[in-house]
Design a protein around this ligand. Structure first.
Ligand SMILES: [Zn+2]
Length: 493
């Protein structure tokens, strides 16, 4: 079999993703139960509606509809004036009603596209539709103390608002699919529609993938992959499937149209069921909920809540503050982090101070954030504290080294200057003290001094470093350099 890279000139991979995202509403989709079920005892967030008891009537959650519209607007989708809800019928133990209330032929949002960057290039992929539905309950499989296997049903998740975002088959590689997902998750987090957490199951992805010979007008047989629980799993599963289908085509075999499950620990996909056996969901309009009229004022109200989106903000911050694309991408990964950066730096102007702020966020603050186990959107400093720190650095009150030392104190609310004074870390303004440290260093490192005087001027770096060390990091490098050059010149003369 030829190497995978050679196969790229023979075969084309076609991928489309279907994403299910839980919406960040307080209550469930069709009842008043709390949607925050994560830490709850099983079957405590339930009522007749989400238990599917006969005669219970659903009431539509307006916040969920608005989040879905907000997502559609963020993806440049069209919002048709009329839509409806439909019953999707199937039997499974985690679905007490025997049907899910979803949307079939008239979804809330139609069309649109997602901007994302992949392999250093800006890309866009089409969106087919975005619609609302409800989550199912959960099955817990376990072995009881007597050794018997049992499956338990927890209906806390039953009826939690869910949004399905169906993408066009516009993606051409597993890497691109991963980058698309990361960008989509970022959009949902920016607009506050979902936590986007794959670990918690709040952001789930099924992938449709087929392989065809380049130039073939027809798509290959479509395989649907399920059960991928991380961005990495999506990429790995798609790569496995791409290679499996290429190998089958090379061997003259046909690829079966089927659903396959990703087995994480074995790194393979296995058949789950063929499309012939797939459910016929027998969709029909939900009789207990009237069709939904989405008027212009509702759309306008939702549109007013739309923030600047990640792709736009990334390019604007790069251009306005003179930052590279990677720096801008890191700073805008989380909306709250980008907010801290912009609020601390202020309006664009001085590119040098913007870079200092960017470096502090990307290195020291994110480092401390990880060390303290804070979530990615929470920096250990707020914008005011960071602004204070940057001002003290710019005024020369603190050296960068001293600032790193007082960082923990600043995160506890102490002003940078106060913390530095208390810990005796304020910059040395006293020329005599710097001069004394320089003299000590010159006396202690005769070889480096001789090197410098012999023409190896780079030796001054070591002497400056040693002097700064002698002042406990309080002397400013530029002051030390000036005094050191002066001393070396004079003593030589
Ligand atoms: Zn309920």
């Amino acid at each position: 079999m030829p190497a995978p890279n050679d196969l790229l000139s023979v075969f084309e991979t076609v991928i489309g993703l279907e994403v299910h995202a839980q919406l960040l509403t307080k209550s469930k989709m069709y009842c008043g139960c709390s949607a925050a079920y994560a830490d709850a005892e099983p079957n405590t967030h339930v009522c007749p509606v989400c238990l599917g008891l006969p005669g219970a009537l659903p009431v539509l959650n307006r916040a969920a509809i608005e989040y879905c519209l907000l997502t559609g607007l963020a993806l440049d989708a069209e919002i048709p004036p009329a839509c409806k809800l439909d019953r999707k019928n199937y039997v499974y133990p985690d679905l007490p009603k025997g049907y899910q209330i979803s949307q079939y032929d008239l979804p809330l949002c139609v069309g649109g596209w997602l901007r994302f960057s992949s392999g250093g290039e800006e890309r866009r992929a089409g969106i087919t539709r975005v619609h609302v539905e409800e989550d199912t309950g959960r099955l817990v499989h376990r072995v009881d103390p007597g050794g018997a296997e049992e499956s338990l049903v927890d209906l806390n998740r039953s009826g939690v608002p869910l949004m399905e975002i169906v993408g066009e088959p516009d993606l051409r590689s597993p890497e691109e699919a991963r980058d698309y997902l990361i960008a989509l998750r970022q959009v949902l987090r920016y607009i506050g529609a979902s936590t986007g957490s794959m670990e918690d199951g709040a952001f789930r992805c099924d992938a449709n993938v087929s392989v065809r010979r380049i130039g073939d007008p027809e798509f290959g047989a479509k395989v649907e992959i399920k059960n991928m629980n991380s961005f990495r799993a999506v990429e790995r599963a798609l790569r496995f499937e791409q290679e499996r289908q290429q190998a089958a085509l090379l061997a003259g075999e046909t690829v079966a149209q089927e659903t396959r499950g990703w087995i994480e620990d074995r790194g393979i996909t296995v058949p789950q069921r063929t499309k012939e056996q797939a459910h016929d969901y027998r969709y029909f309009p939900e009789p207990d909920l009237p069709p939904l009229a989405v008027d212009e004022s509702m759309v306008a109200g939702v549109r007013a809540r739309l923030p600047e989106l990640p792709a736009t903000r990334r390019s604007r911050i790069a251009a306005d503050y003179g930052l590279g694309p990677n720096e801008a991408a890191l700073l805008t990964e989380e909306r709250a982090v980008a907010d801290v950066f912009e609020a601390a730096v202020g309006p664009p102007g001085d590119a040098a101070s913007a870079r200092v702020a960017a470096n502090w966020i990307m290195n020291d603050l994110v480092g401390l954030q990880r060390q303290r186990g804070l979530p990615p959107e929470t920096l250990p400093l707020d914008a005011d504290q960071l602004r204070d720190l940057l001002a003290a650095l710019a005024a020369g009150e603190l050296t960068a080294r001293a600032a790193k030392e007082v960082l923990p104190q600043i995160t506890r609310g102490e002003r940078p200057r106060d913390a530095a004074r208390r810990l005796n870390l304020l910059s040395l303004d006293d020329d005599a003290a710097v001069r004394a440290a320089v003299d000590e260093t010159v006396a202690a490192f005769p070889a480096a001094v001789a090197d410098y005087r012999g023409g190896k001027t780079a030796a001054i770096g070591r002497l400056i470093g040693e002097t700064i060390k002698r002042t406990g990091g309080r002397a400013r490098p530029e002051t030390v350099r000036a005094v050191m050059e002066d001393v070396l010149r004079k003593d030589n003369g």
